[in-house]
Design a protein around this ligand. Structure first.
Ligand code: ADP
Length: 239
C-alpha cells in the first residue's frame, strides 16, 4: 500500500464535501438539496433561487437575468460563476456544501474546478434521472412558496393547506417558467448544455446516479447512502 505523505493526509482530513446535484428541471434537486443540507449541516446553494431573488430585488444582475429565465434559457456563465464564487466564500460553506443548479454547462464545471483546483474539496456529483414525460407532468403541478422557496407538488407532495406553505404559511405560486412552453425549452437546454456534465464527472471518477422517479423518501435514502458511503470511505482512509 502506498503511504500517504503528511501533507496529503492533512489535505484529506481538511477536505470538505462538495455535492453537485445534477438533473433536469423537475427532477427534485431543490427538494432533496434542502433535506440533505439540513441533515449534514451543509450550505445549500441554489443558483435558481439566487437569480430569482435578484430578479425580485430589481438588482443589476436581476435585470440581466430576467429575460433568460423567463425564456427558459441559461443565464450567461460569467454572471452565474460570479455569484457562485462569492457565495462559496461564505463561512457556512466551510463544513461542506450542496450545489443545486450549478454547474449547468461544461464551462461552469471547469470554472468550479479551477476555483478549488480540487485542493480542499472532495466533489461528489449525483445525477437524478427522470423521464421527460414525467418531468412535464411534475412541473405543471409544481407550487413554490413565494417566501421561503419550499417546493410542493399537487400530486406527489401536496401542502397541507391547499395554497399555503407548510413552513411559513405564505401563499404558494406557480413559477412563470413552469408554463408548458418554457418547460419544453428548459428541457431542451438541459439535454444540450447540462447532460454532457454526466460524462464530464464520470471521467473524473466522481459520478453517481439515483432514479428520481421513486417516492421522495426513497430518492432521499438513495442519495444519503451515496453521501454516507463517501464520508465513511474518507474516514476509513484517514485512520
Ligand atoms: P430548474 O432546475 O427547475 O430548471 P432552477 O431554479 O434551478 O430551476 O433555475 C431556474 C432558471 O435559472 C434556469 O432555467 C436558468 O434560466 C437560470 N439558472 C439557474 N442556474 C443556472 C446556471 N447554473 N447557469 C445558467 N442559468 C441558470
Amino acid at each position: 500500500m502506498v503511504q500517504q505523505s503528511q501533507s496529503q493526509l492533512v489535505n484529506a482530513i481538511m477536505q470538505r464535501v462538495g455535492i453537485i446535484l445534477l438533473g433536469p428541471p423537475g427532477a427534485g434537486k431543490g427538494t432533496q438539496a434542502r433535506r440533505m443540507a439540513a441533515c449534514y449541516n451543509f450550505a445549500r446553494i441554489s443558483t435558481g433561487d439566487m437569480l430569482r431573488e435578484a430578479v425580485n430585488n430589481g438588482s443589476a444582475l436581476g435585470k440581466k437575468a430576467q429575460s433568460c429565465i423567463e425564456a427558459g434559457d441559461l443565464v450567461p456563465d460569467e454572471l452565474v460563476d460570479a455569484i457562485v464564487k462569492s457565495r462559496l466564500a461564505r463561512k457556512d460553506c466551510r463544513r461542506g456544501f450542496i450545489l443545486d443548479g450549478y454547474p449547468r454547462t461544461i464551462h461552469q464545471a471547469e470554472y468550479l474546478e479551477k476555483l478549488f483546483e480540487h485542493k480542499d474539496v472532495d466533489f461528489l456529483a449525483i445525477g437524478i434521472r427522470v423521464s421527460d414525460n414525467l418531468l412535464m407532468e411534475r412541473l405543471a403541478g409544481r407550487w413554490t412558496c413565494a417566501r421561503c422557496g419550499k417546493i410542493f407538488n399537487a400530486a406527489s407532495n401536496p401542502s397541507r393547506d391547499a395554497d399555503r406553505c407548510d413552513e411559513c404559511n405564505t401563499v404558494l405560486v406557480h413559477r412563470k417558467d413552469d408554463s408548458d412552453k418554457v418547460v419544453a425549452e428548459r428541457l431542451h437546454v438541459y439535454h444540450e448544455a447540462t447532460e454532457p456534465l454526466i460524462q464530464y464527472y464520470k471521467n473524473r471518477g466522481c459520478y453517481h446516479e439515483v432514479v428520481g422517479e421513486r417516492r421522495l423518501d426513497e430518492v432521499y435514502d438513495n442519495l444519503k447512502e451515496i453521501v454516507d458511503g463517501r464520508i465513511q470511505a474518507r474516514e476509513a482512509a484517514n485512520c
